[in-house]
Design a binder for this molecule. Sequence first.
Ligand code: GTP
Ligand code: SPV
Ligand code: MN
Length: 588
Amino acid sequence: MTNNKNVLNWVEEMVALCKPDKVVWIDGSEKQLDEIRNLSISTGEMEKLNEEKLPGCYLHRTAENDVARVEHRTFICTRDEKDAGPTNNWEDPKVMYEKLGKMFDGVMKGRTMYVIPYCMGPIGSKLSKVGVELTDSTYVVLNMAIMTRMGQAAFEQLGETSNDFVRGLHSKADIDEENRYICHFPEDNTIWSINSGYGGNVLLGKKCFALRIASFQGKNEGWMAEHMLILGIENPQGEVKYVTAAFPSACGKTNLAMLIPPEVYTEKGYKVWTVGDDIAWLRIGDDGRLWAINPEAGFFGVAPGTNMKSNPNALKSTMQGTIFTNVVHNLDDNTVWWEGLDKNPPKNAVDWKGNKWDPESGVKGAHPNSRFTAPAKNCPCVSPEFDNPKGVPISAIVFGGRRAKTAPLVYQARDWQNGVFVGSIMASETTAAATGAVGVVRRDPMAMLPFCGYHMGDYWKHWLEMGKKLGDKAPKIFNVNWFRTDDEGHFIWPGFGDNMRVLEWIINRCEGKADAVETPIGYEPKAEDINLEGLDLSLDTLKGLLNVDKDLWKEEAKGIREFYGKFGDRLPTEMMDELNKLEANLNK
Ligand code: GTP
Ligand code: SPV
Ligand code: MN
């Protein structure tokens, strides 16, 4: 499939290490994929779902101990420990290669190694990058076929002589938790993953390459890889403005990216277009503005809570050619179900663990981090610019997280430097997307805590430098929080489609069309400037959502100071200046 010696030599080396019985090169053809689908069915790896109701769809269950990303087993292996920074696990690359080398030695005996060439970003784009993943999992092959531009075209994108491709090696091995490793060697463009079969740990084009390795490449090459959705907002005049938004895992990116505006907007002609739902690669274009591409070709979305009301576009995206992982299997009609899909859980069903499931039992049928892998082209609101090799120009960058208190519904940073500060102090309640406790507030700068492939202090410095290059063409920066709760713990803001009301203010701010009031943390909308038409929410409640509680924020500032302490002399002085300014504002 390729004459590229760099690829051929590396594959040969890895074959010698893993010793598979057979090596299959994935060309991306439907014929070959069909063979792999059939093989997956015969091994029990996949179950074919109802062809009439869910054409081309499959169900997969992972091992019970293998249902989410494992941050404590994820490593950044730079030669100098300091370059990984205080927020990453680190190991010496030599030590890690040796340790994992022993585990990979002969691991594919009796198995097949699949060689998956894939392109992150549109084929033909200067912004795209190529990876090759070697894996013994057919589930990985079939997911990569949805999530990336996979096959022969990727080798054509790479060319015959280039060495600029990411070398990914994965084996399911024994799904042994104690020996699970997700290791990145950013200085060698290399990823080694062993003993897992769960999405974020094994679809190496996604978090491992497109965020951890790519963020490192971006710092060196002058661009950015971010945990951001990309959406376009079309106004009644037909003009489209693009926004990126960084929220931590399971905090609403897919939902915001596919938002359907409330009727008061749609009847005027507003529309939202999805460019991406999880990852953005951003570069400064010839015109000096910031441009974004989505390196992915599909959505690896959270299933629970997805329904015809919350996110019809996501649900429609899953109606064909989709792989469902760890959801409920409805045996009556061979379809799938999850909590929050509808009010009729199937009576004759199997849960995510593969056991007979009784909906009355009070036990969840789908895992909270159960997922769908759906082709982006299925999405009814996929942007016409989705495959544009140039990407889309960005007007606003939005940060956000899950905060029951403290963070207001929306505020705008005073300028780029203040915006980098706002991103750096993000905090959010943990979710089921990673193993460990759920609902604990932790700092998650730019939603990149688990995904930054180098020292977070250097990462902020890179953000500040990008801002200097962008100058007055820089996107405006905002922060949102859809998750403030009342005393009973209910979300106050309706969220989902109604988030359009906040996006409208954001776009208006970018165009100089909306007013703002100054608060200690930044600019906020005047409550009257958020359109509440058609919504059962009082102006007073909205004012409450916008309230900045100085005492809570003083506590917050203490927490930030402590967090910043971790970064030592790699914390840019600008960030400390911003923190001092915040404290001064709060004490005024
Ligand atoms: P990853 O794929 O893990 O990166 O997650 P994500 O950021 O794309 O999150 P997603 O959109 O899948 O949403 C995760 C959960 O948050 C789902 O259960 C949603 O129902 C819920 N959610 C999303 N948007 C909102 C919102 O505006 N308000 C409320 N209350 N919940 C929301
Ligand atoms: C996330 O956890 O942010 C995801 C899912 O998007 S995973 O691919 O598992 O990282
Ligand atoms: Mn994500």
